[in-house]
Design a protein around this ligand. Structure first.
Ligand SMILES: [Ca+2]
Ligand SMILES: [Ca+2]
Length: 196
């Protein structure tokens, strides 16, 4: 039984705790979880890999702070290649999915390099954060092998509280409040952990 070390308790309901967590090895930022894919792969395989992992999607930032966070995740790996951003105009040339074009009036976040997406040649249909331009977006061939980051919303799970009091497990099925009360009843208990 693994201890869940970081739990954001947002709600106590019917003796259960609603906790928001990310899968193991994923990074939490805001209300989302992120996973860096260590192997380089083309856009299609990167998408497929994200979908196979907890039904995630290829990450595309919707704010500058999220762009910065994803970029930092990437730069921590001392990369030598660029990173996919989950935007493309594969279905219809010039109609971009997930990423708005400059000045489209939507007000949605975009980070295109000047003059991009250029779409100059067939197949320049996939967005990437370019290493040489500090993460600015460019459209290029979807068949390049690049790094990628998957994203999914934090998972809400209900936990039945079990208390670890004074290094002894006590299963208190009523609620997290029971753990607090049990701790208070022990003269030397100053805190308790919740185990799943
Ligand atoms: Ca294109
Ligand atoms: Ca381009």
């Amino acid at each position: 039984m693994d201890a869940i070390r970081v739990i954001l308790v947002v709600w106590v309901f019917s003796g259960h705790i609603l906790a928001e967590i990310c899968p193991p090895d994923w990074h939490r930022y805001g209300e989302s979880c992120y996973l860096f894919l260590n192997d380089r792969m083309d856009f299609y395989e990167a998408n497929r890999t994200c979908t196979e992992k907890s039904r995630a999607t290829l990450a595309y930032p919707t704010s500058q702070t999220e762009q910065d966070y994803i970029w930092e995740l990437f730069m921590d790996k001392s990369p030598t290649w660029s990173l996919w951003v989950g935007c493309n105009d594969i279905v219809e040339e010039g109609t971009w999915q997930n990423c708005p074009l400059k000045g489209d009036g939507s007000g949605a976040y975009e980070n295109w390099k000047d003059g991009e997406p250029s779409g100059l040649s067939d197949g320049d249909d996939c967005g990437m954060m370019t290493l040489g331009m500090n993460g600015k977006w460019d459209d290029d061939l979807c068949t390049y092998d690049l790094f990628a980051v998957c994203k999914l919303p934090v998972c809400s799970v209900r936990l039945t509280p079990k208390c670890l009091l004074r290094h002894a497990m006590e299963e208190l099925e009523k609620s997290v409040v029971s753990c607090g009360e049990a701790c208070r009843s022990h003269p030397r208990c100053h805190s308790f952990n919740l185990l799943e």
